[in-house]
Design a protein around this ligand. Structure first.
Ligand code: ZN
Length: 321
């Protein structure tokens, strides 16, 4: 008899990753990937259905439920996606629609909520009951577990911690955010690239400057690679992003007194080059005793925490309530 599994789907603005997950052992039987950048609504739905069906078939054809993690805010009273910056699913009853198409129960949640749930149940914050997570990529997502439960806010739009203000007079934020100087505006992967561009323009005769001259595009992965190689411009860029991140973490530590703050998203590829300055700033700015007790840790599941968390939420949605 085929092994039962749940399907977790991380539906991002550019890529979709679906996995057939054994919710007890957390083994992943099969991964299905799709490019979704620029798709219209109908094509996006087809891509998602196709990826889920591929994962179900590859795992032996038996799935109990499907979970989606999506970078948008939801109104859980209606199940409708309210603000989906890079995906054409606004005003769509996404869970109902997918459930009808797939013939399975479907859970949908914010992608960072899924990620923090995975890290709390089985990852970097395993065993903790109070956990904050920031996923740092193009933007900054936030997920919160308080008292062992996923904190979603009144209608499900809470924990948007990437939009806490770090600098009242800072640069304008991204996407639909009308604010200025949000953590996302100054400490995201986008901000890292902007920071490095400013610095390398002043110091072009450096490894980073020469890499750009050789035609390599200025990206987070390039900056991270050269920071590890000891390039001063790249390392200083990562460091300043880490320091700003530390201001944001200090706020979270003061407000929530979390046991663990987990950092995920693509930018965590910089590891302790990012986390050490963040820890220093947090320790200098947050209040005792929270600052002395909190652990600031990198994600245990990397780019798969959203997918795994979506699967765990689909397998046992009541566990997060
Ligand atoms: Zn913002």
């Amino acid at each position: 008899m085929a092994q039962r599994c749940v399907i977790g789907v991380d539906l991002g603005g550019t890529k979709l990753l679906a996995g057939a997950v054994d919710p007890r052992r957390l083994t992943i039987h099969h991964r299905a990937r799709r490019e979704v950048f620029g798709l219209d609504q109908a094509a996006l739905i087809e891509a998602a259905v196709g990826a889920v069906e591929e994962a179900i078939d590859a795992s032996g054809g038996v799935a109990d439920a499907v979970g989606f993690g999506i970078p948008c805010t939801f109104d859980r009273r209606t199940g409708i996606a309210v603000q989906a910056v890079n995906l054409p699913i606004a005003d769509l009853p996404f869970a109902d629609l997918m459930s009808e198409r797939l013939g399975l129960p479907v859970e949908v949640d914010n992608d960072a909520n899924c990620a923090v749930w995975a890290e709390t149940r089985a990852g970097a914050a395993r065993g903790a009951r109070d956990v904050a997570m920031l996923t740092i990529g193009t933007g900054i997502g936030g997920g919160l577990v308080l008292g062992g439960r996923l904190y979603r806010g009144w209608v499900g739009a809470g924990a948007e911690m990437g939009h806490m203000v770090i600098d009242m007079d800072g640069p304008p934020c991204q996407g639909n955010c009308p604010n200025w100087g949000c953590l996302e505006a100054v400490a995201s992967g986008t901000a890292l690239v902007r920071e490095a561009a400013l610095r390398v323009a002043r110091e072009p005769d450096t490894p980073l400057g020469r890499a750009l001259e050789d035609g390599r595009p200025l990206t987070g992965p390039l900056i991270t690679e050269l920071a590890f190689d000891g390039d001063a411009v790249a390392a200083a860029s990562v460091r300043v992003i880490g320091e700003r991140l530390g201001v944001g973490i200090a706020n979270l530590v003061n407000i929530f007194n979390p046991e663990v703050v987990v950092i995920g998203g693509g930018v965590i590829a910089a590891g302790d080059l990012l986390l050490d300055p963040a820890r220093e700033v947090m320790a200098a700015r947050a209040l005792a005793p929270s600052r002395d007790l909190v652990r600031v840790a990198a994600t245990a599941f990397g780019a798969e925490s959203g997918m795994i968390g979506a699967a765990l939420l689909a397998a046992a949605p009541e566990a997060a309530e």
